[in-house]
Design a protein around this ligand. Structure first.
Ligand code: ZN
Ligand code: ZN
Length: 117
């Protein structure tokens, strides 16, 4: 189906770690049609397809503050600690994160300990 150029091409968010792909409607810190929401970071946002409420939206992901890689908000892909970090950068700089974060990450990866030693 050929569409006229009046409709802008749909922008797609792609997580570079898990491959999640989803169209997004907005990138930034203050999604449109929301009254007083300011996000902690610039991120990819889409309208919640399951909610009739215009103010409902979903945060799909963001760019890693270190390497700029596009990652989704899943705990396997990124971590938000004052800024967004992709898991590759988190693992690279793990010693610079507080012990609390390190402990949380260790909990999430039950098999990782066996690989060390
Ligand atoms: Zn992902
Ligand atoms: Zn990164």
């Amino acid at each position: 189906m050929e569409q006229s150029t009046s409709e802008p091409p749909q922008k797609t968010f792609n997580c570079q770690l898990c491959g999640l792909s989803s169209p997004f409607t907005y990138y930034g810190q203050k999604p449109p049609n929301t009254r007083a929401i300011v996000l902690l970071e610039e991120c990819y946002v889409t309208k919640d397809p399951f909610s009739p409420d215009r103010e409902k939206f979903l945060v799909l992901g963001s760019n890693c503050s270190l390497c700029g890689m596009c990652v989704c908000v899943a705990s396997e892909c990124s971590l938000f600690y004052t800024k967004r970090f992709c898991m590759q950068c988190v693992n690279k700089h793990l010693d610079q994160f507080p012990h609390q974060i390190q402990a949380e990450l260790a909990k999430k990866k039950p098999g990782s300990r066996a690989a060390v030693s």
